[in-house]
Ligand binder design. Structure first.
Ligand code: NAD
Ligand code: SER
Length: 320
């Protein structure tokens, strides 16, 4: 059986991606690994390994022991958390990738997935429909690590033939899992406040438009990219990917239509500057042309899904 290792499997994307891969390829074929404990949603669905990706030799042992052929690497410190601790973010984001690429090269792992982000783009990139090859001069350590990581992926493919594939995810919106320190986290927190009947105190301005995507679309895109024939993959840095672009005021309006008493206030903090440096929308034509990408969720059906699935018992307080 070809084994897949998902590293960072207890995180926001990792949990949902692991569940989707297990549904498609069988529980035993997908090994979840993380430094923190196994996510509750993963329990009983397949194997779990405690793993610190910063220890390359332990990674090698596990890849050999389980004859791993595919790795999904989802470990990173995100944009807002990274600005609070830039050196730690750089170290974690780069070393986790280098360890994975080296072990993949040395142990004959056939495919690697590693996500980049819209954070590779900075102030000088076009704000609207930011193209695949736009000038990328990131303003955060997170963005710098993603841009450098893209170049490492490109290098390992052309120098060593490691089949690394990557997507520049927009902000991801999910109800099963909570976000982990990003600038786009407001678009999840807002639902939790609405369901708890609390006023949401938004850390971005009302009119700040950002590229976002519902988690189901992001997970599907990831699996579609990884399952695409190698001949269809023309981008070996990372693919632009677009879902929905909206502002806090627009998502609040959509929520109010379903939760009439919902209230939002705005108190921008340091994350506003990060958001201001990113594009407002993304041109993902190359992903569409290469491997047939097409999103399914818009702001309306995503809002309905989120409000339907987050029960009052699951909603967490986002009061600061
Ligand atoms: P997350 O913080 O929710 O999850 C990361 C996981 O990595 C956590 O479970 C954490 O315990 C684990 N981890 C941390 N250090 C580790 C270590 N040393 N060894 C093993 N595991 C370790 O992050 P996420 O939001 O799920 O993001 C996953 C990936 O997607 C990251 O590369 C991120 O940059 C990228 N991405 C995310 C978004 C988003 O909106 N969530 C957008 C763009 C890109
Ligand atoms: N959602 C991520 C963040 O805000 C974007 O990569 O950091």
């Amino acid at each position: 059986m070809n084994k897949t290792l998902v590293i960072g499997a207890s995180g926001q994307i990792g949990t949902e991606l692991t569940l989707a891969l297990r549904q498609q390829f069988g529980g035993e074929a997908i090994i979840a690994a993380d430094l923190k404990r196994e996510a509750d949603l993963l329990k009983g669905t397949g194997p779990f390994l405690p793993l610190d990706i910063m220890d390359k030799e332990i990674l090698r042992v596990q890849v050999r022991r389980h004859e791993v052929k595919t790795i999904y690497l989802l470990v990173a410190m995100l944009s807002a958390a990274g600005e609070k601790n830039p050196m730690l973010a750089w170290h974690l984001n780069m070393q986790s990738l280098i360890n994975t690429l080296e072990v993949a090269r040395e142990e004959g792992v056939e495919k690697v997935f590693w996500p980049s982000s819209i954070a590779v783009f900075g102030m000088d990139a076009p704000k609207e429909n930011c193209p695949q090859d736009a000038y990328a001069a990131p303003s955060t350590v997170y963005g710098i690590s993603k841009l450098s990581g893209e170049q490492w992926c490109h290098y390992y493919f052309y120098r060593y033939g490691v089949d690394v594939r990557s997507i520049r995810y927009p902000g991801l919106i999910s109800y099963k899992t909570l976000p982990g320190g990003g600038t786009t986290d407001y678009a999840i927190e807002i639902f939790h406040s609405a369901i708890r009947g609390e006023t949401y105190n938004c850390f971005l301005r009302a009119d700040k438009r950002l590229p976002m995507m519902y988690m189901d679309d992001a997970v599907r895109a990831t699996i579609e990219l990884m399952e695409a024939p190698e001949s269809k993959i023309s981008v070996r840095t990372s693919y632009n990917l677009a879902g929905i672009s909206f502002t806090p005021a627009e998502i609040a309006r959509e929520i109010k239509a379903l939760v009439p008493g919902f209230k939002i206030e705005y108190e921008p903090d340091f994350r506003q500057a990060i958001a201001d440096s990113w594009p407002e929308s993304i041109d993902d034509r190359v992903a569409r042309e290469d491997w047939g990408w097409k999103p399914s969720f818009n702001l309306k059906n995503m809002t309905e899904e989120m409000l339907h699935h987050i029960s009052p018992g699951l909603a967490v307080s986002t009061r600061r």
